[in-house]
Design a protein around this ligand. Structure first.
Ligand code: GLP
Length: 243
């Protein structure tokens, strides 16, 4: 595990974009696993700026996203597809046919997850998987559990996650209670895993995940076993890991 220390959110975003840019430059037809949430927004802004300057080319890149809310369609501003279009896909020269997310409109969970697994198998392992981290240690939407889930599955979101994500919705009641998420095995199969974390509210969970034991009760802790895991975090988020 490698920790890249950043001063603040801006610095974290630039440093994370450096890592992704290096992968894209080395392998123009790379597969990028992408994440949503407020943590990677600045990283995407940096990638867009580099694209605008002519330093990055997305034309041959394939993307697979971690997760999607069950029940939200692509035009819903809270859907992760909408987020990705807003923050990245509509701003760079990526081929929309090569951008994949679980289908939140498929009510049959088995079908939705099976369909996404087929896509993930076809696309092959990610060259880089970008991640944020939830306050309970979730990655994607892999919530604390008794075992590590392998492939795409449907999850019941925890109260803590629903609460945290309510800020994006007009009321707590509107937050979906279920989501489709890539499994831990798929996340772990990426050649490189890059996590971005910022702010004092992430300090405790970073300590539990990376200074504590590996356990499915803190899903992100499994990353301690990944051969090329990079954590880019700011001082506030790293405050407790230092101890
Ligand atoms: C959501 C996403 C996660 C993300 C987490 C943290 O639950 N499914 O992928 O890591 O939120 O979000 P934030 O970066 O806004 O703290």
């Amino acid at each position: 595990m490698r920790i890249i220390r950043a001063k603040d959110y801006e610095d974290m975003s630039r440093k994370a974009a450096n890592v992704i840019s290096a992968v894209m430059t080395r392998k123009p037809d790379c597969v990028l696993g992408l994440a949503t949430g407020s943590s990677p927004v600045g990283t995407y802004e940096n990638l867009v700026r580099r694209y605008e300057k002519g330093d990055l080319d997305f034309s041959q890149v394939t993307t697979v996203n971690l997760d999607e809310y069950k029940g939200l369609d692509r035009e819903n501003p809270q859907s992760y597809y909408y987020f990705m279009r807003e923050h990245l896909f509509s701003k760079v020269n990526i081929d929309p046919q090569r951008t994949f997310l679980p289908d939140g409109t498929e009510p049959d969970s088995e079908k939705a997850c099976g369909g996404y697994n087929e896509i993930l198998h076809r696309v092959g392992r990610a060259d880089l998987q970008l991640l944020g981290i939830g306050h309970d240690g979730h990655i994607g939407f892999n919530e604390p559990a008794d075992t590590f889930a392998k492939e795409t599955h449907c999850v019941n979101l925890t109260d803590m996650t629903i609460e945290a994500n309510a800020r994006f919705f007009s009321s707590r009641e509107e937050v979906p209670t279920q989501a489709y998420t890539m499994g831990i095995q798929t996340i772990m199969s990426a050649a490189t895993v890059l996590m971005v974390a910022s702010g004092a509210d992430k300090a405790k969970i970073l300590r539990e995940a990376f200074s504590g034991p590996v356990t499915p009760q803190v899903p992100a802790s499994i990353l301690q076993f990944h051969p090329d895991f990079i954590l880019v975090a700011d001082e506030a988020a790293l405050a407790e890991i230092d101890k």
